[in-house]
Design a protein around this ligand. Structure first.
Ligand SMILES: Cc1cc2nc3c(=O)[nH]c(=O)nc-3n(C[C@H](O)[C@H](O)[C@H](O)COP(=O)(O)OP(=O)(O)OC[C@H]3O[C@@H](n4cnc5c(N)ncnc54)[C@H](O)[C@@H]3O)c2cc1C
Length: 388
């Protein structure tokens, strides 16, 4: 049993860390305050070939597994940019999975290379205001026309829709009550985000301002047949394939952000002198930070275990969910403790921890909440009755 990173995996972490070092705290503070999308960071990651890490080699990707992608995203979030850095490229890493697996050769050749090169950006629109976590209750409808579909509806929380050229969108092509199962009758499309038919309205929010979140109003958006991914009515099933990789990546991002916050807390605790000694000499300061190290480390190994199970085509639902839950909690706690270690300066933007703390709420909520993860584990691991 070998649970250490391979030399290649270490090399990925090192080269991502080098790129991140080119973007300092002032850069991320400016992106957060403006707010503005971190285009330069996105470009640097594209130029280094990282945006296609999991995509097929023949299309310009690196063809690597979710473990390598997790190692990369862990480093991205750890490098000072937190979730703003991670979310600026996150969709590229797991989003096109449905196209890789279920797209035609023509679609893959048309859709994937511009994402890998960073020439195009995409957003992913599943969540709706009236459906929430109950995805089968989405109302966005794609009505059949002669050579395609006409889409109408509303999405919420769509990340990067201000910047995106393309939208990966789940819509109903049949009513929920008409299917054999509630998950039937939903179809996945990857199409142009035509702003004459789609209004994108930014949601002012708590953190990660650099990467926009939006309400998206779709009014008669025509989608040609060639932009439908896979078969009509099977879109939800296609998305299920990418749920575990996404949870693993969010876990890795949360843990990376948590490690950054912890490192900042420990550095401050070593340097800040009060009552004639470094504050880090007090156990009341040391112990919470030490506890966070342990929590982050355990979440990281759960994350890598989930990734390794996924990459070896074994079932990993429990581990991927657990990694996401543990990673998000560990990150939030590390940020809170780091902020308290900083005393008053933790509340000042200059020390960055308040930015990380605001962002650390994201992985606790998205793409799935803690409650739903606990219900998943209760039902699927502990064999308890489904609660909803
Ligand atoms: C910053 C950010 C970025 C996001 N990016 C995207 C994106 O790019 N694309 C996208 O499609 N979505 C995105 N989301 C949406 C995100 O996935 C949802 O917010 C999340 O899935 C929760 O759904 P909801 O907000 O509708 O919560 P709701 O479904 O309204 O739930 C509200 C609360 O009730 C709890 N709850 C509901 N039902 C149950 C139950 N049966 N048992 C126990 N508790 C329950 C939930 O756990 C939660 O705490 C993003 C969200 C955020 C905050």
């Amino acid at each position: 049993m070998d649970i250490s990173l391979s030399p290649d995996q270490r090399a990925i972490a090192d080269s991502v860390a080098k790129i991140c070092a080119g973007f300092d705290d002032a850069y991320w503070t400016a992106c957060d305050s403006a707010p503005r999308f971190p285009h330069e960071f996105h470009r640097a990651m594209a130029d280094a070939g990282f945006l296609g890490i999991t995509m097929p080699v023949e299309l310009g990707g690196a063809g690597l597994g979710v473990a390598e992608a997790a190692i990369m995203m862990h480093e991205v979030a750890r490098g000072g940019g937190g979730f703003a850095a991670a979310s600026s490229i996150h969709l590229n890493i797991f989003g096109p999975h449905a196209i890789v697996v279920h797209g035609t050769d023509e679609q893959k050749e048309r859709m994937l290379p511009p994402l890998i090169s960073g020439e195009q950006k995409a957003c992913f629109a599943v969540t709706e205001p009236n459906a929430g976590l109950d995805t089968t209750s989405i109302e966005t409808f794609a009505r059949r026309t002669n050579d395609g579909y006409m889409l109408c509806g509303r999405k919420i929380w769509t990340t990067t829709a201000q910047e995106a050229d393309k939208i990966l969108i789940l819509a109903r092509t049949a009513k929920k009550e008409d299917g054999r199962k509630p998950t039937d009758g939903m179809t996945l499309f990857y199409t142009d985000l035509d702003r004459s038919k789609v209004e994108v309205r930014r949601i002012p929010k708590m953190g990660r301002a650099a990467v926009d979140s939006n309400t998206v109003f779709i009014d008669d958006l025509f989608v040609p047949d060639e932009d439908r991914i896979g078969e009509e009515g099977k879109g939800f099933r296609y998305l299920l394939d990418s749920l575990n990789p996404e949870r693993i990546l969010i876990a890795a991002e949360a843990i990376g952000l948590g490690r950054d916050a912890l490192a900042r807390g420990a550095a401050y605790a070593r340097e800040r002198v009060v009552f004639g000694r470094p504050i880090g000499q007090n156990q009341g300061i040391q112990h919470p930070l030490a506890e966070s190290w342990m929590a982050l480390e355990s979440a990281w190994w759960m994350c890598l275990r989930a990734a390794s199970l996924y990459d070896s085509k074994q079932s990993c639902g429990a581990e991927a969910n657990a990694a996401k839950f543990l990673g998000a909690r560990a990150a939030f706690d590390a940020c809170t403790r780091s902020m308290l270690t900083h005393g008053g300066m933790g509340y000042a933007k200059e020390y960055q921890v308040e930015r990380l703390l605001r962002e650390s709420m994201i992985p606790r909520i998205a793409p799935v909440t803690e409650q739903l993860i606990l219900s998943f584990i209760a039902e699927n691991v502990l064999d308890l009755p489904k609660s909803y």
